[in-house]
Design a protein around this ligand. Structure first.
Ligand code: NAD
Ligand code: 572
Ligand code: ZN
Length: 352
C-alpha cells in the first residue's frame, strides 16, 4: 500500500458520501498519476449518491465519485512517452478494451468492457490523486484552464450528440431541456453552424441562462399537449426544426421531440429517463423522422479541446459555483437542489 494523504469523495452506500483518506495510487504500465485540480459534478454523480444506482449499475461497494476531471501529471508509468510530469491534462473518463470489434471499428464508446470513472465498480477521480490510462489523457495548451479541461467532458457529450444529429450550416435545432447537457448542445450546435436554436425547459431560470448563452428562442413547457407546444415552436422558428436533441429524458419531452421535428428530420435522444416510454412512433415512421441515441461520446475530446483552445466555444459561463474538496457534500447538495441558479458546480481538489 502506498502512502495515504489522498483525500477522496467516496460514496460508501446510497445517501452516504464521505471524505476518506485513501492510499495514493501508483501508475502502472501505460498509465499516469494525476494531481487532480478541478472536477465538475454531473447529474449522474448526484444520482448515484441519492439513489445508489442508475439502471443496471448498482453501487455495491464504496466508490469514489467524479468523472469530469482535469489535473497535472505527477508521475509517469512505464511505456508512456507522450506525457511528462507537469503536463496539465484533461481526463477522458471511460477507457475501453481497445481490442473488440467496436474499439477496432472506431466506436470504442460501445465497447462492452469499457471502464468508466464513477460508474460501478470503477472509482472516479474526485480525489487529490488519481491514476488513468495515459492515452485517455489530453495535454492542455497554456491558454486552456483546468476548469475548461474538466468541462471538455460534458462538451464532448454535446459534440457527439450534434454529430449524430448531423448538425450543419443552417440547421434549425430544437433542444429539449436546458440543464448542463442541453446547454453544451446549444454551444456545440451554434458552433457547428446551426442558424437557429430553440430551447425548452420547465424551469424559467434555466431558459434565461440559455438565452444568455445564445439560444435564439426559448419555450417554457407549461402543458403536456405536444401539438400546442410544437405549433409554438414552429411559429417562433419560422419552420419546424429539422433536428431535435432531447436532453431532459422526460417522457412528454421525448414525445414532443418527435411531434415537433419536421418530416425527414432527426431526433437524438441524449436524456435518459424511464426505460420504457409511450411514444408517437407511427408519426415518426410515416414522416421519416429518424430516432437516434447516444452513449457518452467517441473521438470527441480532441475536437472539444480544439474548440475551446481556439475560442470557438466558450464553456466558462457554465460554471456557477466552486467548492473545495473538503466542501464536497455542500457541492453535491447545491447540484442536487439547483439552489442559487446552479448549473455546473466545480470542486477544487488541490490542497490549500
Ligand atoms: P439536468 O437534470 O440538469 O437537466 C435536465 C433539464 O430538463 C432540467 O433543466 C429540467 O428542468 C428539464 N426538464 C425536465 N422536464 C422537462 C420537460 N418536460 N421539458 C423540457 N425540459 C424538461 O440534467 P443534465 O445534466 O443536463 O443531463 C440531462 C440528461 O442527459 C440526463 O438524463 C442525463 O442522464 C443524460 N445524459 C446522457 C448521456 C448519454 O450518454 N446518453 C450523457 C450525459 C448525460
Ligand atoms: O458524462 C457521462 C455521463 N453519462 C451519462 C450521464 C451522465 N454523464 N449517461 C447516462 C447514464 N448511462 S447508463 O448507461 N450508465 C449508468 C452507464 O445508464 C451512461 C450515460
Ligand atoms: Zn456525466
Amino acid at each position: 500500500m502506498g502512502p495515504t494523504k489522498n483525500l477522496s469523495a467516496v460514496l460508501m452506500k446510497k445517501g452516504d458520501l464521505q471524505l476518506v483518506d485513501r492510499p495514493i495510487p501508483e501508475p502502472g504500465n501505460g498509465e499516469v498519476q494525476i494531481k487532480i485540480h478541478s472536477v465538475g459534478i454531473c447529474g449522474s454523480d448526484v444520482h448515484y449518491w441519492t439513489n445508489g444506482e442508475i439502471g443496471d449499475f448498482v453501487v455495491k461497494a464504496p466508490m469514489v465519485l467524479g468523472h469530469e476531471s482535469c489535473g497535472t501529471v505527477s508521475k509517469v508509468g512505464e511505456g508512456v512517452d507522450h506525457l511528462k510530469v507537469g503536463d496539465r491534462v484533461a481526463i477522458e473518463p471511460a477507457v475501453p478494451c481497445r481490442r473488440c470489434k467496436y474499439c477496432k471499428g472506431g466506436r470504442y464508446n460501445l465497447c462492452k468492457d469499457i471502464a468508466c470513472c464513477a460508474t460501478p465498480p470503477y472509482d472516479g477521480s474526485l480525489a487529490r490523486y488519481y491514476v488513468h490510462a495515459a492515452d485517455f489523457c489530453y495535454k492542455l495548451p497554456d491558454n486552456v484552464s483546468e476548469e475548461e479541461g474538466a468541462l471538455l467532458e460534458p462538451l464532448s457529450v454535446g459534440i457527439h450528440a450534434c454529430r449524430r444529429a448531423g448538425v450543419s450550416l443552417g440547421s434549425v435545432v430544437l433542444i429539449c431541456g436546458a440543464g448542463p447537457i442541453g446547454l453544451v448542445n446549444l454551444l456545440t450546435a451554434k458552433s457547428m453552424g446551426a442558424s437557429k436554436v430553440l430551447m425548452t425547459d420547465i424551469d424559467a431560470g434555466r431558459l434565461a441562462v440559455a438565452k444568455t448563452l445564445g439560444a435564439d428562442h426559448t419555450v417554457l413547457v407549461d402543458t403536456k399537449d405536444a401539438k400546442t407546444l410544437a405549433e409554438k415552436i414552429e411559429n417562433l422558428l419560422g419552420d419546424a426544426p429539422n433536428i431535435t436533441i432531447e436532453c431532459s429524458g422526460a417522457p412528454p419531452s421525448i414525445a414532443l421531440a418527435i411531434t415537433a421535428t419536421s418530416s425527414g428530420g432527426c431526433v437524438v435522444l441524449v436524456g435518459l429517463g424511464p426505460s420504457v416510454v409511450e411514444l408517437p412512433v407511427v408519426d415518426a415512421a410515416v414522416r421519416e423522422v429518424d430516432i437516434r441515441g447516444i452513449f457518452r461520446y467517441v473521438n470527441c475530446y480532441p475536437t472539444a479541446l480544439a474548440m475551446v483552445a481556439s475560442g470557438t466555444v466558450n464553456v466558462k459561463p457554465l460554471v456557477t459555483h466552486r467548492f473545495t474538496l473538503e466542501q464536497a457534500l455542500q457541492a453535491f447538495e447545491t447540484t442536487r437542489t439547483g439552489a442559487d441558479g446552479a448549473i455546473k458546480v466545480m470542486i477544487k481538489c488541490e490542497e490549500n
